[in-house]
Design a protein around this ligand. Structure first.
Ligand code: SF4
Length: 343
């Protein structure tokens, strides 16, 4: 992660109090309900959580690709001095691909089946940089294909002639074509088999390292996340409940939901029963008062049912929204479970 000389990392993207709701006849579904996070220069931030927790919606919100009945209700999405939510349609179009790019979930559905790969990449470049000579464009596209490990023959091919992994790498080539500051990868490896998944993941890491781009990686494969990201934000029911360095989160998870999520990952080394998170998520139109996780939390206390926990830095670079952590006079936090078990 890059620093500004005073060792404090520089944020390239800041999301504050982002709320995205979907209108339904029975009331608004609060898919993202007050999400805050920063993405620092040169880092990969993983956004994880179970299906429907709002991770993809939050990322699409950053790109402002939310379509009705969804809508952004509140928030601020800053890149430097610019609040993306205040931009006009034209200003926003100028930012897309040049400052913010997307590697989509399903490459097959996002590539145009009637256009060759070279034509699709040319389109992206022309939209922003205007017309270029045929030779110049070809050289540039071949370079991009080489960057993502695709052979030259891909240049003239149509998407249906490519394997799943190749299509995904063509999407990465498109995403890096205009050297953006931030790339959002929305479950970009989830539809691939594990071997191809590894190749695509390595391509993304190579691109990130060489270009110094910052990435938000969305997914639910904790194993893959552990290998790829620098920090991880754990989402539950439209809220970020923990955001920490990736090692901290695996070695010492702070939030009970993070603990359960990690305990549900099968291990090849150790035979252990997988833990399940009891109960089901509440109706997203009517979130419960207090802690968002209290209906399923094994450690629920009385105050959790009424008082919403603020996200606090319980250990360096580990922020958790949970009443289990109480600040002491010396500024450190204590886990109240240790008081109960070791009085
Ligand atoms: Fe569980 Fe309470 Fe912490 Fe929520 S605040 S996660 S209910 S202990």
């Amino acid at each position: 992660m890059a620093t500004n000389g005073n060792e404090s990392p520089k944020a390239v993207l800041e999301v504050n109090n982002l709320k995205i709701y979907y209108e339904t006849p029975k009331g608004d579904v609060k898919a993202v309900d007050g999400v805050d996070f920063s993405l620092y220069e040169g880092e990969i931030l993983g956004l994880v959580g179970e299906s429907g927790c709002g991770k993809s919606t939050a990322a699409m919100g950053v790109l402002q690709l939310i379509v009705p009945p969804g809508r952004i209700v509140a928030g601020e999405i800053r890149m430097g001095d610019v609040d993306l939510l205040k931009l006009t349609g034209t200003e926003l179009r100028k930012m897309r691909w040049t400052r913010l790019a997307l590697i989509p979930q399903g490459a097959m559905n996002s590539l145009n089946p009637t256009m060759r790969i070279s034509e699709q990449i040319t389109d992206v470049i022309r939209q922003h940089e205007g017309k270029r000579s045929k030779d110049e464009m070809k050289t540039r596209i071949l370079e991009l294909l080489q960057w993502v490990g695709l052979p030259e023959r891909i240049y003239n091919m149509y998407p249906h002639e490519l394997s799943g992994g190749m299509k995904q790498r063509a999407c990465i080539a498109m995403a890096i074509a205009l050297n953006p500051a931030v790339i959002i990868a929305d479950e970009s490896t989830s539809a691939l088999d594990v071997v191809v998944q590894r190749v695509v993941a390595q391509t993304m890491l190579k691109v990130k390292k060489a270009m110094g781009v910052s990435m938000i990686m969305i997914g639910h494969d904790m194993g893959l996340m552990a290998q790829m990201v620098d920090r991880m934000a754990v989402m539950y029911a439209g809220n970020i409940v923990e955001i920490s360095g990736v090692e901290d989160i695996f070695k010492n998870p702070g939030h009970p939901y993070t603990e359960l999520l990690i305990d549900s990952v099968p291990s090849l080394k150790e035979r252990k029963p997988l833990k399940i998170t009891e109960g089901i998520t509440h109706d997203p139109r009517n979130p419960p008062p207090g802690c968002i996780f209290h209906l399923r939390c094994p450690f629920v206390m009385d105050r959790c049912r009424t008082e919403e926990p603020a996200r606090q830095e319980i250990r360096p670079r580990q922020e958790v929204a949970c009443h289990l952590y109480e600040k002491q006079e010396d500024g450190n936090y204590i886990d109240v479970r240790t008081i109960v078990t070791n009085p």
